[in-house]
Design a protein around this ligand. Sequence first.
Ligand code: PMP
Length: 401
Amino acid sequence: WFNKSEFIPPDAIFALTAKFQADSSPQKVNLGQGTYRDADAKPWVLPSVNLAREALLTRGLQHEYLPILGLQSFREGTAKIVLGSELFDKRATQIATCQSLSGTGALHLAGLLLRATQNKQPTVYIPEPTWSNHHQVFKSLGFPCESFKYYDYETKSLDIDSYYNMLKQAEPNSVVILHACAHNPTGCDPTKEQWREIAQVMKARELFPLFDAAYLGFNSGDYDEDAFPIRLFMGEMDMEAGVCISFAKNMGLYGERVGCFLLGTKDEQGAVNLQSMLEMLQRSEVSNPPGFGAKIASEVLGNDSLKEQWFQDMETMSSRIRAMRAALYDNLIASGAPGSWDHLIQQSGMFGFLGLSLDVVLRLRDEYHIYMADNSRISIAGLNTGNVEYVARSITECLRD
Ligand code: PMP
């Protein structure tokens, strides 16, 4: 039965993490996987999450199945925070939500729903570069996927003209993947004005916005600011949209797989029908989603003082990342790294897109024990005051040779 099966190489980022873990050098630095690290390079459990977990344990935790659509209080809390209370109140009866296996599961559910509801499977337009899993998720569901130029490697910035051109030429009824904020890997997002233009063209051309929202509140430290494009499309522009929400980064709940797919429709019956379809699709995929992480997130979202603490926690993480971005820039300049590094401080979010050649990336890995993705994307959270100078100096040495 299986003699035609081929070998699929391991996922590059997970393989890089395994390589880093196997490296015995005391100097090693992990700038690969996008997971938050504190100033001592340790994983960080958010104080708000710790408090929520304690409250759950004190009240007594059960391990029953969740409903197929997930924990109701979590779904509602998520919709409220993503849309903001004003828009939530306005559209509450026009949205369908389904708890998902983190952001990846939300994208997958979105794909399942689009496949089940459209006459012909729409083309999915995906920015180039993008998070490595986008193509895989949609290809595995049989969607035709098209890359569009998002980033100009010469100017090291967002190529907004190519973006607009793609939108103007895309076949109507196609899907466009939009990174809501903190574009992975480039760290370059459209400005508010550019988002307006994107929304207008998409509305006029009947393109479906599918937001990948993995970094809300984690990007700028201000949740409302990061959710701006979602609220613009669904509020001011009154568009239908899908939002794939992850709490992996902004709550540090990586392994609990806490996420939600939210669909904004135009009518109440449509929302009811789509939610029933999501329920059917979820049932055949995972039966019902995991409980523990969703209970923690729901506790944080539903309790004013925990929510306040969570906002502070997001600020703690995003401000440390911003400080490390600035420190890397300063150290690159101080060590005389050739070329301009302005792109680094113009980017935002968890990643820095350095613009190094593969030769340099591999040399940094092999000779200096500094691990980053092959495309020279670094997870800035892996930097701290103890290693940032070493990283900058090593980059400079490799570029000078
Ligand atoms: N989208 C983007 C752009 C991401 O960077 C990530 C996390 N690396 C995800 C989605 C989903 O991650 P998760 O499934 O862990 O929530």
